[in-house]
Write a protein that binds this ligand. Sequence first.
Ligand code: BGC
Length: 774
Amino acid sequence: HFYGQSPPIYPSPEISGTGGWNEFSKAQALVLQMTLEEKTSLTGGYPNETSGCGGNIPAIARLGFPGMCLQDGPNGVRAADFVNGYPSGIHVGASWNKTLAYSQSHAIGGEFRRKGATVALGPPVLGPLGRIALGGRNWETYSNDPYLTGALGAEAVKGVQDNGVISCTKHFVGNEQEMHRNPRVDPDTNTTIEASSSNIDDRTMHEHYMWPFADAVHAGTASIMCAYERLNNSYSCHNSKLLNGLLKTELGFQGFVVSDWFAQHTGIASATAGLDMVMPYGYEFWGDNLTEAVRNGSISEGHINNMATRIMAAWYFSHQDDKSLPPVGVGLTANFEDRRAPTIDARDPNDAGLLMEGAIQGHVLVKNVKNSLPLKAPRMLSIYGYDAKLPDKSFSSGGYNGWALGLQSQNYRSIVCGFGPIGGQCPAFEPIAINGTMIGGGGSGAVTPVYMSSPFDALEKRARREGTQLFWDFNTENATSNINSNSDACLVFLNAASSEGVDRPSVRDSFSDSLVKNIAADCDNTIVTIHNAGVRLVDEWIEHPNVTAVIFAHLPGQDSGEAITKILYGDVSPSGKLPYSVPRNESDYGPVYAPVTHSGWDRYFPQDDFKEGVFTDYRAFDREGIDPRFEFGFGLTYTTFEYSNLKIENTVDSSTLTSYPMGPIIPGGHSDLWDTIATVTADVTNTGSVEAAEIAQLYVGIPMQDQPIRQLRGFDKVTVPPEETRTVEFKLRRRDLSTWDVHGQNWRLLVGSDYPVYVGASSRNLKLSANLSL
Ligand code: BGC
């Protein structure tokens, strides 16, 4: 009966300096010198008409503190010119490449630093975790799986922070849909409709939604953004169980919690619950009110010291006291016509290769028959679909207009609403029919890169070089009369758009499906590429014999066109795998296909019960015996691989293992949760004729009732030349083999049990298996 309720956890833990955070003593010393007003000024943003930063903390000049600039977002610097547009979260997720996640975030961090930003609001984005198929922001996160998301997220945190910027990991936690993400006033009754309450039980919270955040905290993320939604009926940004309890006590988080924009709905209660900084403005509930609250005894000055110390500790921890950093906010400007900030080119020419590599690695080939791909010196190509070409218009990066860039799908219709930041009401825009290729999604995660490479432009460049005849039709879905029967292939480009603020209307659209069917009716080598900001169903045409190849191209960033061209021509082999399952039908999702509409008793305080627990995506399909069209972890390439030689080695003597972790709390939880207790290796042999990368995956069945049949607990991406063999390695940590014990309130290892371990090419193509005995 505690379901959907949030117990009070007070007081708010003070920073302890554990886990390499010893510089917090510098923060303490500095805070000691601050007046009360100065300390409260650190805790809230202020309106700044000239700054282009999404959030601003004022300077304290007399103490040499230059203030802070908080800026979106996860795939590059938002609302800025002369920046790169990197692949989105879902694309990095599809690459399953930890090195890439690190390097990309490192490069993004560098651009924030050169623009004078202090805090990068992502990377990483670790929630939503893809619970709702139509969720509008699923593309910002790496995957629907907590392990994969956490493993990449940890690398992203390190990448950003190694390059001189504070990483803000978001959204903590349970922001799984855009509908009702914020409270709003019902115009009919003039009554407030609260944000929806994500009702998450204790075990699901630990094993699923909080899991990747533990990785980020362990990796040292210096700030965390609390989410818009209510969690178990208490707003995330003043939920003491979530912030004081789970984050600051259990995970030992040392940095500061910042509110999502306008997500604060109470004053003192949010401070005591563990919120340290409010954005974008402090004055509504905090600011002078907070100072006054200390003076009249409503809150202790010690508490304000705690908040200020966490903020300054994060600042020192990420080396923001480095005097060689550019002035705060220097390269960002609010107004591009009346330019007040100098134009700073934030790009590092050395990152060009990384951008291209990232763009390539998130493409997932899911069908390839009749020897269709790679193309073999084609003499004639026919190209279809508006997604092949550049949009007719690009948007100025000023004034935060960049968010519109993602709304490019012709059939995009916002039928469920929630566009904020304050509202949550239906958006006042008709989808902007830009009808062009899609390199990213919309909202705060949109970027406006210096250039965008479209598939058509890149293919045309190639055709010119090789003397290939091209035909094209970008606008009609019924282009059959155009098809020249000498075409070696018909390349069809589709997209499936998504933006922050609204959930998606559907996971397929009739315009694009008709286009594929019409082309396939007349062209026996129809190759489909889909730029998808989330799952996209393909069952209307996937078995059509003339649809010979299909690629989920996700959101590759600015080098999109060049990347797909290299893959189509076989300059490189595709190497991505699906970071989510693709089912056959919407109905396969059951109740988590679309957000629930609340018209009953909970109309004014919507209740979203996460009744399925940890059983989302492949965990659900495995349990229900639902056969997906393409399973989680699936992807083809231009060669084939064989798996052999599975070896499991216990690296800790089983007789010394305890059921519960005993180590001290460090950032991320008990220190020994992170210890490796077994190592698994296997051999992967390239049995084809071209070099390619394989993503070997390790799944574990935790031998306990109500656990998923299998869950991902390791992956390793290796490039293997033809006829050669590489060994993949997976380290299983205590946490990877533990379950959350609700009664013991701790992670429990099933000492004395046999854990089935599977290594294979996807969640259903499990080539090798053995038992791990603890
Ligand atoms: C989004 C955040 C973003 C913030 C600042 C909010 O609406 O949810 O992800 O960082 O705005 O732009």
